[in-house]
Write a protein that binds this ligand. Sequence first.
Ligand code: ADP
Ligand code: MG
Length: 666
Amino acid sequence: MDHQHPDKKASRHDHEKHDHQTHHRHMMKDFKRRFWVSLGLTIPVLLLSPMIQSWLNLDWSFKGDNYVLFALSVVIYFYGGWPFLKGLKEELSDRSPGMMTLIAVALTAAFVYSSAVVFGLEGKTFFWELATLVDVMLIGHWFEMRSVLGAGKALEALADLMPGEAWLIEEGETRKVEIDHLKKGHKVLIKPGEKVPADARIFEGKSSFNESMLTGESKPVSKSAGDEIIGGSINGNGAVKAEILQTGEDSYLSQVIGMVKEAQGQKSKTQRLADRAAFWLTIIALVAGFGTFAIWMFMGRDLAFSLERMVTVMVICCPHALGLAIPLVASISTSLSAKNGLLIRNRTAFEGARNITTIVFDKTGTLTKGTHAVTSVESYKEGISEEDVLIYAASAESGSEHHIAKGLSAKAKEKELKLPESSDFEYESGVGVQAKVNDKLVRVGGFVLLEKLGVDAPEDQDTGAETRIFVLFDKDLIGSVTFADEIRESSAQAIKTLQQQDIKCKLLTGDNEKVAAAVAKELGMDDFMAEVLPEQKQEKIKELQAGGEVVAMTGDGVNDAPALAQADIGIAIGSGTDVAAETADIVLVNSDPKDIANLLLFGRATYRKMVQNLWWATGYNAVAMPLATGFVPGLMISPAVGAALMSLSTIVCALNAQLLRRVVRD
Ligand code: ADP
Ligand code: MG
């Protein structure tokens, strides 16, 4: 891996992202302007068209109005049609003819033919069809750009969700500050699972850092004192202290926005299906158009008639409703979801939510609030008071972001205990922590830790439904602390709703058997597993998948990340750790398990709307195309009717997409 200076990386990243966003915004404005100009010019074109006049039973034609029509159409064709003509050139030089090619060919055929008619060729002009065609295409692309940008905005909100705070170390005290407060030279503490707040150099501790978003290096890189860490990378299992080298948006935001960029460029499976359909429709349209032309000429019809049929076929086959079908639904569902507290990071996973058969829940922080109020402290050793147990535990945990650590720290503060400094902090997710306090190696963890160390648990461990952790000096058990956690109010409701939809709800926790059983029972869950290590969580998901289940995993912690990645749909709790949010496909902003039911509903409705739109967009082509060729006796449609039908199918798609709002509200 080349070791570029992080600063350079950040700014390069920033630059690209800037390009990308402004590019889209620029394109959107461009389409918008061209649309309004073309629409303005379309009005006189419509009024001057013989066809429209005969419909309105009016006649305001004048000598030479043909030339006026021609002049207006030149502007519409070249100004309004420009993006498509440019697109044609690009697609052809890429050797991938697509919608742009088809639109451009149809527009050009209509324009060239109509112009030839104005200047003497026998036949009738297509000018108003041309004009409306351009308008519809432009508004379609304008909306498409808007939806792309809209999706980007939803992801920017994800950036807001990320804690914008860091642990600043000043005069031996650690306090939480806004990231904006950080200056070059400041010292910060970075806890496990947290993001590095800015480009910095480690001066104490060691850990592994996930820099994949910044460098593309997917394996965590281990770093210790003297090494530079990049702002925005994710800290692994160690707590480190580091000195800030660079601050501000450069480091932290650049990678978040890199993520926005990634999601913007992302196409869901359904979108790819639409693209493929559009490609084939293009090929069919071109073949059918030229084929129709050739057959009519071969059958002895004149050039005007044959050309008219060709243009009608191409216009009618133009899959522009298809171009809108998915983006419209996607943009509405993204914004609706965001409003309802669902941040979608992976569209394919979101649309796949309808297939879920099993949902696995993490316990602590997911189904429960993670309040972890200390209910009792016990000492097992003579000469060590309960207060000492609390002090050692709280001090050793000061590098941890876990609910247990917060509970201990809150209790220590309440009792106004003075905590000694700790160093060499290490965290094993799902097991516990260790750190040096007063030259002693202090370990804190649950039953799993005792098992790992080969230490027998003290007798009478009937904790009820409370979480208990043990405190050890190396392998010497000195005491325990018990915590009470609260189940979230909406957890039971969420599980009931999911079960009503025949989705199995399972609990997978690193906490002990008793607590797990109590929670699973209270919530009426289908199954539970306790004392599972992070890799085992992942393993369990794999097993379920091998058994044919489509599995969603919901979690908040560092220990859930592997399982979140493994699951078909990873759902992170908004208040959880950065790693969890980063690994998940969807983030529940309000940390409310009830929103999972909404997620299913939205995913399902979104997918249904997309499929419906694909049918609306392609089905009409299938029906109208044979009529456009003129080969069906007595059922030949004019180019005008073709264009109207085409617009109709677009409008149906747009309205149908809007109906998503209603589905979701109900
Ligand atoms: P869950 O999988 O339900 O979210 P936790 O994140 O609470 O479970 O982790 C499971 C267990 O791992 C805890 O009950 C505790 O025994 C141990 N553990 C995790 N983090 C810590 C920590 N910081 N200090 C002590 N023990 C911990
Ligand atoms: Mg958890």
